[in-house]
Design a protein around this ligand. Structure first.
Ligand SMILES: NC(=O)c1ccc[n+]([C@@H]2O[C@H](COP(=O)([O-])OP(=O)(O)OC[C@H]3O[C@@H](n4cnc5c(N)ncnc54)[C@H](OP(=O)(O)O)[C@@H]3O)[C@@H](O)[C@H]2O)c1
Length: 266
């Protein structure tokens, strides 16, 4: 049986690494291209998952660097000739320290907020959007020709999104997460994930006629380096829905935004 080739960006740690692990455990014919922007960290993570290299191959890909993305696509083209599943997982939250400081002030009843210089604000937005939005768009575009050569399967693309990007969760008081999510915290990261969701819908429409399955998954707060001590659930739980979407069968859904409990409001 032909192997199913899966590329996961930012898979040297955290949720991406766990997704690779769970796919390998549950799908014996899957082959993981373990994306990492740092070659050494990528090689280490790949060896940890599969010391024999039979089912995992590290691939260097920095989603903010077009030359790196193109090199990765060429590497996959020359070695495998196709891609079956792309998981846009690489992501950053560069305003966590700001959010934590704001939450602390709110707890202490301090209502006055320091003003951020506009240049600093723009820098934050640019950095976050470079990875979370422009990076995912560039990676997806670069791999479309290879996804179109998928073997026997509908191609699948998973966007690792976030409840924090949901306008519904944020604005509808009947939503369980509303008390936490409606707060005025994290505009940079949250708007980037809202844009990311629209990007996902674009690619879902693009692949509609070809039977492609393109979906977004919300991991929920997860105890990775990303969460910087804010707590969160284990990666083993957060990876489950991503793995499900990455391994969808032909009749599976497309153009959805979900977690393991079902659809998440847009
Ligand atoms: N953890 C949460 O609470 C949570 C909640 C909702 C959604 N998410 C989403 O889940 C995804 C994975 O997050 P995580 O919690 O696993 O975070 P993580 O442990 O910090 O892992 C993030 C991964 O992205 C990589 N990355 C960062 N910038 C990159 C770039 N320019 N090019 C390529 N890779 C890059 C990191 O590489 P390095 O190791 O080199 O830094 C790392 O491998 C993200 O999209 C995040 O937005 C996380």
């Amino acid at each position: 049986m032909a192997q199913t080739i899966v590329l996961i960006t930012g898979a040297n740690q955290g949720i991406g690494f766990e997704v690779a692990k769970q796919i390998l455990e549950s799908h014996k014919t899957y082959y993981i291209l373990l994306g990492s922007r740092d070659p050494e960290r990528g090689a280490q993570a790949a060896a940890e998952l599969d010391p024999t290299s039979a089912s995992v191959e590290p691939i260097t890909i920095d989603v903010t660097d077009d030359a790196s993305i193109e090199r990765a696509a060429e590497q996959v083209a020359s070695k495998h000739g196709r891609l079956d599943v792309l998981i846009n997982n690489a992501g950053i939250n560069n305003e966590i320290d700001i959010a934590l400081a704001r939450m602390k002030r709110q707890k202490e009843g301090i209502t006055e907020e320091p003003t951020m210089p506009l240049a600093e604000l723009r820098k934050l937005y640019r950095e976050a959007y470079e990875v979370n939005v422009f990076g995912a768009a560039a990676v997806t575009e670069a791999f479309i020709p290879l996804l179109e050569k998928t073997a026997a399967l509908p191609p699948r693309i998973v966007f690792v999104s976030s409840h924090t990007g949901s306008m519904g969760v944020r604005s509808d008081p009947s939503q369980e997460m509303y008390p936490r999510q409606h707060k005025a915290i994290g505009p940079v990261y949250r708007s980037s994930k809202a844009a990311f969701n629209m990007l996902m819908l674009h690619y879902a429409a693009l692949f509609e006629d070809k039977g492609g399955k393109v979906n977004a998954s919300c991991p929920n707060l997860t105890a990775t380096n990303f969460a910087r001590g804010m707590g969160g659930r284990p990666v083993s739980e957060s990876a489950v829905n991503i793995v499900r979407l990455a391994t969808l069968a032909e009749g599976g859904e497309t153009g959805t935004y979900s977690d393991e409990n079902g659809p998440v409001p847009w």
